[in-house]
Design a protein around this ligand. Structure first.
Ligand code: GTP
Ligand code: MG
Length: 452
């Protein structure tokens, strides 16, 4: 693990954006490895975390990052696949990430998942910057591998620079339409009130030094307020994924955002029913600069401190929920910690009404985000749960008071074959999407159509 010496926690940086806009490629560039090339169809299947030590950041950023200016141990990047809701990344305090990088393809501009990410960043008040990626695809571009972007711009023809600027100003305009004042990062003085746009290429590495420098500066600022975080106390984390792992049974991919976790620690984990109480059998950690998703030979470690991505192997984890809290029991009774976890789960619990729609989602975080969006749209919910659409969901929907409630909104989950059959038999409409506002738009269009 990366240790700051002074106990400063590693900032957690979420990388998010629309499918294919280059999140994984950017991290690849930083890692110097090639996860993308090893991926089936280059589509990221899971959330992973990558720790990048300060040394490496300063190596890549060159003169833009002097390690002596920073007392942060490095950055922990969380890669969120475009089809996977960023809203899984919640924590006790709200957002799991301290800061975020919103990756936008300069040619493609804002797309559905960009807007969804912006909504969540707004809601969780997460400071972020925009990586305007793929600048190398600008017609007439003259690549300057791995250089700071302003240096690279000097090497471009006026025509190429103008073309790029046009795209960049479109992105700045989109940000402004969404309530954020934004500008090229080198013109931004106050990153709290303004969004910095960093032109980059994951392909050529241009602008990557700038991206890292801005991220370091931003986190140094924002982490200062959190300096009191005790990285030696009992650990707190969030489940990113519940996963079967050969030789270990069901394991949890967790981002530890506070404290430490040790082998043999008792942990309490949020689950489908009552919280799970179990003892950690093994802590599996990828090496720095390795990727939790592809690292086959995990290293067993005795202790991990925040912030870090770690795989926890322990008995009885089958019912654990993605997005749920994980707490280490130390200096406190198990009962007290169970209560904490229950209280936190209750906070995420969706208020349901007597009548309304059935909602199924992949994680607690996405369920919460959908419930918020439905609430805003004044659409009542009769049942909200994490998991695939099952026959009992159809049963609930078919007892609805009116036709517009005889529906199921399914976010990023499967519909079990039995359930699909029953839905068709009982005339229950299924809405399936992996973009929250599209899901709600589709439902609203259906209601409009029906009421016409
Ligand atoms: P998901 O995980 O599916 O959401 O996508 P992603 O955002 O991680 O995108 P990914 O990194 O997989 O990149 C998508 C495609 O864009 C790949 O074919 C990359 O090679 C390409 N790409 C990414 N960044 C750049 C860039 O800066 N320049 C060029 N020319 N291609 C890029
Ligand atoms: Mg990806």
């Amino acid at each position: 693990t990366m240790d700051a010496g002074g106990g400063l926690r590693t900032p957690i940086v979420a990388v998010l954006g629309h499918v294919d806009h280059g999140k994984t490629s950017l991290l690849d560039k930083v890692r110097g490895s090639a996860v993308t090339s090893g991926e089936a169809g280059a589509i990221t299947q899971h959330i992973g975390a990558t720790a990048v030590p300060l040394e490496t950041i300063s190596d890549i950023a060159g003169r833009l990052v002097d390690p002596d200016d920073f007392d942060l141990p490095g950055l922990l990047f969380i890669d969120t696949p475009g089809h996977h809701s960023f809203s899984t990344l919640r924590s006790r305090g709200g957002a799991l990430a301290d800061i975020a990088v919103l990756v936008v393809d300069v040619n493609d501009g804002f797309q559905p998942q960009t807007l969804e990410a912006i909504d969540i960043l707004k809601r969780t008040q997460t400071p972020f910057i925009v990586a305007a990626n793929k600048v190398d695809t600008t017609p007439g571009w003259n690549p300057q591998p791995d250089t700071p972007i302003q240096q690279s711009l000097e090497a471009q023809s006026d025509r190429a620079e103008q073309r790029l600027n046009q795209n960049l100003y479109e992105i700045i305009g989109e940000l402004s339409d969404n309530g954020f004042s934004a500008d090229m990062y080198w013109r931004v003085q106050n990153f709290r009130g303004n969004i910095g746009v960093v032109p980059v290429s994951a392909e050529t590495g241009e602008g990557v030094p700038d991206l890292l420098a801005v991220l370091m500066g931003l986190s140094q600022r924002y982490m200062k307020e959190d300096m009191s975080i005790d990285t030696t106390g009992p650990g707190s984390g969030t489940v990113l994924e519940v996963k079967e792992e050969r030789g270990f049974g069901t394991t949890l991919d967790v981002v530890l955002y506070d404290g430490t976790i040790r082998t043999d620690d008792t942990v309490v984990v949020g689950a489908k029913n009552d919280p799970i109480v179990t003892d950690v059998r093994a802590l599996l950690q990828p090496q720095p600069l390795a990727e939790i998703r592809t690292e086959k030979r995990f290293e067993k470690v005795d202790e991990v401190s925040a912030a870090a991505g770690v795989k926890i192997a322990a008995p009885d984890l089958d019912d654990a929920l993605a997005g749920a809290p994980v707490r280490v029991v130390r200096n406190q009774s198990v009962e007290a910690v169970i209560e904490e976890v229950e209280a936190e789960l209750a906070e995420i619990e969706v208020d349901t009404a007597e009548n309304g729609v059935v909602v199924k989602a992949d994680t607690l975080g996405s369920l919460e985000a959908i419930a918020d969006a439905l609430d805003e749209a004044e659409i009542p919910i009769v049942r909200a749960e994490v998991g695939d659409v099952a026959p009992r969901d159809i049963a609930v929907a078919s007892t609805a008071d009116e036709t517009k409630h005889e529906v199921i909104l399914a976010f990023n989950v499967d519909v079990l074959p039995d359930a699909r059959r029953e839905a068709s038999d009982r005339n229950i409409r299924l809405f399936e999407d992996d973009v929250i506002y599209q899901l709600i738009d589709e439902y609203e269009a259906f209601v409009d159509e029906m009421e016409r």
